[in-house]
Design a protein around this ligand. Structure first.
Ligand SMILES: [Cu+2]
Length: 161
């Protein structure tokens, strides 16, 4: 009885631990937050972003955050995908380049309120080729399978004992 209880605890820990140890939370701009006239290239330059990490954009109105493509980043053109909460939590779900801009006024174009980062692939998953249509969520699926297998293996072992 006690052994199987231990196994259940182990199964839970094994399920949660990989996700917990992988994720790093970054406050964009640190204490300056998401603002005008902050050098976000410098802010990002000493950081390594991995799949599963989290960006937190902290700001007051009228700032906002848009996830854009390379063209939108270059031209400071907002996309359809934006956030306005002032405490926007964005999980980096896929590897590759990610571009973010402030869509208010000339904050992006004139004051450089824009951030580009490169997200490294998850622990074992190789980075998919650019433009691979299947790259969305691939590592999330792999991670779910790992969790299912661990729990299933523990359940079987628990039944045998
Ligand atoms: Cu702004």
């Amino acid at each position: 009885m006690k052994t199987s209880h231990l196994l259940i605890v182990f199964a839970i820990v094994a399920t949660i631990l990989p996700a917990a140890t992988m994720a790093t939370e970054y406050i964009v701009g640190d204490d300056k937050g998401w603002n005008v006239s902050v050098d976000y290239n410098a802010w990002a330059s000493d950081k390594v972003f991995n799949v599963g990490d989290i960006l937190v954009f902290k700001y007051d109105p009228p700032h906002n955050v848009y996830s854009v493509d390379a063209e939108g980043f270059k031209n400071c053109t907002p996309s359809q995908k934006g956030w306005t909460s002032g405490n926007d939590i964005i999980t980096l779900a896929t590897p590759g380049k990610k571009w973010y801009i402030c869509g208010f006024g000339q904050h992006c174009a004139t004051y450089g309120q824009k951030l580009v980062i490169t997200v490294q692939g998850g622990d074992a998953a190789p980075a998919p080729a650019p433009g691979d249509p299947n790259q969305n969520g691939a590592s999330g699926i792999a991670s779910s399978w790992y969790q299912i297998i661990v729990v299933a293996a523990m359940a079987v072992v628990g039944l045998l004992i």
